[in-house]
Structures are given as C-alpha cells and as structure tokens.
Design a protein around this ligand. Structure first.
Ligand code: FE
Length: 337
C-alpha cells in the first residue's frame, strides 16, 4: 500500500502536475505553496508520502507571487500550507489574514517559542544565522565582536555588504532595532555604510567571493550560503564568526510554514507540520540546505556542526516582520543601497 502511494506521488511529481493549475488535486491530496526551491523540499515530501501515504502537490514560486495568489484566491484557494523563508515574510502573510492559528501541543513542544508566531499562525521548520564572515588571511577572529563593531574605523574600506533590498538584511536590521532601538541602529547602519569597500552585492555568494578575492576583509552572510561555498571550494580562506556572543546573541531567522486560512485539508496540513517538527524529519529538513534544525533533539549536519556552537538571539523572530517597515526606512535614510 505504502509502495503504491509512493509510486503515485512520484508519478505526480514527474508529470509536473504541481506546476499546472489545470490539474486539480484529489480530495485528500495536500496542496503546498512553497517559496523554497523544489530541490530543497521535494525529497522531504517524498519521505512523508512514503511513510504515510499522504500525497502532496507542490507549487513553487517566489514568496511575493505566492502570497498575492493566496490573497486573490481567498476562500477558493486549493492551498493547505504555505512554506517560505524569512520570518518577516510569514509575519506579513499572517497580517494579511492568509494563515490560520494551529493549536498543536506537538508543535509547541518541538518548535522553540521564539521561532514561532505568538499567535500560532506560523512555525519555524529550520533555522539559519546571519553573521560575520571574514578573511582568514587578513583578519584575526580576536579583532571581531559584533554587528556594531563593524562600524569601527579599523574596518574602513574593508567591509562588504549585500544590498539592503534583501529581505535578509531587512530582517537583520529589524532585529537590531528590537535590540538597540532605532537611534542606535541608525548609527550602526551609517557606520557600516561609511566602512564599505565596494558597492553592495546582489547576493551573499558574490560578497564572499569578493572577500576571498581581496576586495574586502569582512562581511555579513547567511550561514548556509557559507556552507554551499565551503562545500564547492573546501579551501576557500574564509571563516564564520559568531556575532554578539557577549551581548544579545547572533541574529537567527527561519524557514517556516503555516496552514492557510481557507485550507480545504487543514487537519492533514497540521499533521504534516507536526511530522516536519519531529527530530527525524528535522535532521533532514535542516541538512538538505545546510541549515540548523529548530528542534534541539535533532542533530545538525556534520559540516554545519563543525562551525561550532553559538548563542543565538532569544528575541522572537516575529520582530523581523513587525519592525521591517522601520528597518527599510532607516536603511534608506542611512544611505544603505
Ligand atoms: Fe537564501
């Protein structure tokens, strides 16, 4: 029976049914809107289908279009679950009324309180840190300390940053506002801008390649991008440094999910979310893109574990959403492009 349903889910993925709205879901087929790439999610779906017989239809797009689509579809939406990266995006979807609260003791036990919506409309599935990366050829880790310390004059023309248009930086700055207040955060961002060695980068990988090439010495990146680069170029002379260990802890964000407001199969969606939060699934969810599990009972991938332990910020990641508009205005004022 299990084999049959596994083959069925396989055929569904091969047929590309998930990409065609003309192909209607079966009455029990779970429909997932995902801003995560198919390669980062399909193997997990396949595992769940094989274990439970639950078939899943995956529809992938960027977060913006998926949220617009959910809003436009309203009560007629076939979607049961929204999966996306960044707590700010999940917060926004919840604000628009697109997600429903899920009261689940399993999710409460497995997902730490600061990595889920206080209103239970979304839950972290994996965790990433956004922290300092440095050249092992030109920087000693003892010279580093915090996001704020990158404003120090010694980093003049030595700092590289990704564009402020990235939701990752918007969330980072929002969390800095939650921690330091707006006035102090503006000083920090102005200090970064004053220390830039190059124009801002379109993504974290280009930024790290610039450090490796000697264009700058330090930067701020998401841990899994460092992991990808390290996997492709094991000898790249870069290392991660855990920011703010003496103070608030390193900024973390999540990949997360919520049951949609009008989910036709809300119960099946809750069960799938609960399964994703179990240690077994957690290890797989985190390892597939070199992230950290949210469940402390699940091990990190060996490559990720090798970066060492760190103290994460205990602030609720919901602040990334609440304070994002203020963060965007602040970065604009500070001349951070
Ligand atoms: Fe990313």
């Amino acid at each position: 029976m299990k084999v049959l349903s596994f083959i069925r889910s396989l055929l569904v993925s091969i047929a590309g049914c998930g990409l065609l709205s003309a192909c209607a879901p079966g009455p029990t087929e779970l429909v997932v809107y995902s801003a995560r790439n198919e390669e980062h999610i399909q193997p997990i779906f396949d595992r769940y289908s094989a274990q439970t017989g639950q078939t899943i239809r995956l529809i992938t797009d960027d977060a913006g279009p998926l949220i617009e689509r959910l809003a436009a579809e309203g009560r007629n939406s076939a979607a049961d679950l929204l999966i996306t990266v960044d707590a700010g995006v999940l917060w926004h979807a919840a604000q628009l009324g697109l997600l429903q609260p899920v009261d689940s003791p399993v999710l409460k036990a497995n997902v730490p309180e600061n990595l889920r919506d206080p209103g239970n409309r979304w839950f972290g599935l994996s965790r990433r840190a956004r922290t300092i990366v440095y050249s092992t050829e030109r920087v000693q880790p003892a010279e580093l300390e915090s996001y704020e310390s990158l404003t120090d004059a010694k980093w003049k023309k030595r700092l590289c940053l990704r564009t402020s248009k990235s939701v990752y930086n918007q969330s980072l700055v929002a969390m800095l506002i939650a921690q330091h207040g707006e006035a102090q955060t503006e000083k920090i961002v102005r200090g970064w801008v004053a220390n830039l060695a190059t124009p801002v980068f379109a993504n974290d990988i280009l930024l790290m390649q610039a450090i490796a090439a000697g264009q700058c010495d330090v930067g701020i990146v998401n841990t899994y991008y460092f992991g990808r680069l390290q996997r492709d170029q094991p000898r790249i002379p870069l290392k991660l440094f855990w920011a703010d260990q003496q103070t608030a802890g390193t900024h973390v964000n999540i990949t997360g999910a919520g049951v949609t407001a009008h989910a036709p199969r809300a119960e099946a969606a809750r069960k799938f979310l609960e399964w994703l939060s179990q240690p077994d699934a957690q290890a797989m969810v985190a390892a597939i893109d070199l992230e950290y599990p949210v469940s402390s009972a699940a091990p990190a991938d060996p490559q990720v574990a090798a970066w060492g332990e760190f103290k994460p910020s205990p602030l609720n990641v919901a602040s990334a959403g609440e304070l994002q508009p203020a963060a965007v205005r602040l970065m604009d004022r500070a001349g951070y492009l």
